[in-house]
Design a protein around this ligand. Structure first.
Ligand SMILES: *Cc1c(COP(=O)(O)O)cnc(C)c1O
Length: 395
């Protein structure tokens, strides 16, 4: 049944031919009862794994009380989650939505309005090569991947593209341009292949944004929410953005997005400028509040850091010496292993062997396990993956 393409669902994904039925912790089972170790977490979404014993009753309680009520009314959970995100980020105000692209779309609108408010009629935003910001028309235009953009032109204008980690290139690309309003990037590019911004570069861009009066907007949709061992990956560099889109792991599986803004960007939107029907609904807010509370209670930031280091160390030991393994990189439980050749077939082979992973940017094996992953899980993961990679490279 799961082998055939679905006749009624749009054909938008190259799917692995399995259908998952339920999960517990870092394990999931398919409809035929086969067990998998989950080293993907629904693409960095299932922060607490599956069926978490503290999250499930909280969500059940909320579903029974109130799932949705619209933003016509005050939603106390919004204030609760916003206050928590403000505390963790050092920023000041939050807008809630339901997905990553919506959070980025809101960030782009903030930047443009910030420009218009200053009298800039055609604001421009600096974006990066290999970036991924989503698949709406505006966010795919900000994305640095022709495969994502192909067939959807004309693209949205107003973007200037630069390479990662090159402050001279950023200065050159914006030299004497009074229309620039913001710089927008992921601290660690996810879909682009686990490519990190260097701490020094982050500090230089922060300083340049201050000097020029630009907004620094950091897409932490994938690398944020504790995945790297800090709440937000840019915190490793000791900087703060002006605007930070979040989504994926924030609700541990319940759809949620957020744009967190600092003082410069917190008051750009006024009533009527932006909105969404589902965003900030009581169920999503409860999921966010409980996810963060459980992460704090269970020390999951520290766990992401130590288990991530263990996992990277094991990969390095088992595979790092192979000439076809270009690099093993990442931070915390956001790990990429770049091979010298396209390796998409490894996704299906790993699933056959009982392990869920992804391959991104054609050549990068990507691991994004739930933050409850243990050292034993990491050992099992590499125990399955390493022989598969060795066999694949020997073909
Ligand atoms: C996944 C992702 C998005 C898009 O999120 P959706 O919820 O799929 O719209 C945006 N930015 C980054 C960095 C992502 O990883």
């Amino acid at each position: 049944m799961t082998e055939a393409a679905s006749p009624h669902v749009m054909n938008t994904y190259g799917r692995v031919p399995i259908a998952l039925s339920h999960g517990r912790g870092a394990r999931v089972w398919d409809v035929d009862g086969k067990e998998y170790l989950d080293a993907l977490a629904g693409i960095a979404v299932n922060t607490l794994g599956h069926g978490h014993p503290k999250l499930v009753p909280a969500l059940q309680d909320q579903v029974a009380k109130l799932i949705h009520c619209s933003n016509y009314y005050h939603v106390p959970g919004q204030e609760q989650l916003a206050a928590k995100l403000v505390e963790l980020s050092g920023l000041t105000n939050v807008f809630f939505c339901s997905t990553g692209l919506e959070a980025n779309e809101a960030a782009l609108k903030l930047a443009r309005k910030w420009g218009h408010d200053k009298g800039i009629a055609r604001p421009q935003i600096v974006v990066y090569e290999k970036a991924f910001h989503g698949r709406s028309i505006a966010t795919l235009s900000a994305t640095g991947n022709e495969k994502v953009q192909k067939g959807f032109g004309p693209l949205v204008e107003g973007f200037i593209r630069v390479p990662q980690n090159d402050i001279a290139a950023l200065r050159r690309a914006t030299e004497g341009n009074p229309d620039v309003v913001a710089v927008f990037f992921e601290t660690i590019q996810g879909e682009g292949g686990i490519n990190g911004m260097r701490a020094e570069y982050l500090r230089e861009v922060r300083a340049l944004c201050d000097e020029r009066g630009w907004l620094l907007m950091i897409d932490e949709v994938q690398c944020g929410m504790g995945r790297t061992g800090k709440w937000f990956a840019h915190q490793w560099a000791g900087i703060q953005p002006d605007v930070m889109p979040l989504a994926k792991g924030l609700g541990s599986g319940v759809p949620i997005g957020a744009v967190v803004a600092g003082p410069r960007a917190a008051h750009i939107f006024q009533p009527g400028n932006h909105g969404t029907t589902f965003g900030g609904n009581p169920l999503a807010m409860r999921a966010g509040v409980e996810t963060i509370r459980i992460m704090e209670e269970d020390g999951l930031l520290a766990n992401a850091a130590t288990v991530g280091e263990h996992l990277r160390g094991l990969l390095q030991r088992e595979l790092g010496h192979l000439p076809a393994v270009r690099e093993i990189r990442g931070q915390g439980l956001m790990i990429g292993m770049e091979l010298d050749r396209p390796c998409g077939v490894l996704v299906g082979r790993a699933a056959d062997a009982g392990l869920l992973i992804s391959v991104t940017a054609d050549t990068v094996v990507r691991l994004l396990p739930p933050l409850i992953f243990t050292k034993a899980d990491a050992e099992e993961c590499v125990g399955i993956l390493a022989p598969l990679v060795r066999a694949f490279l020997a073909e």
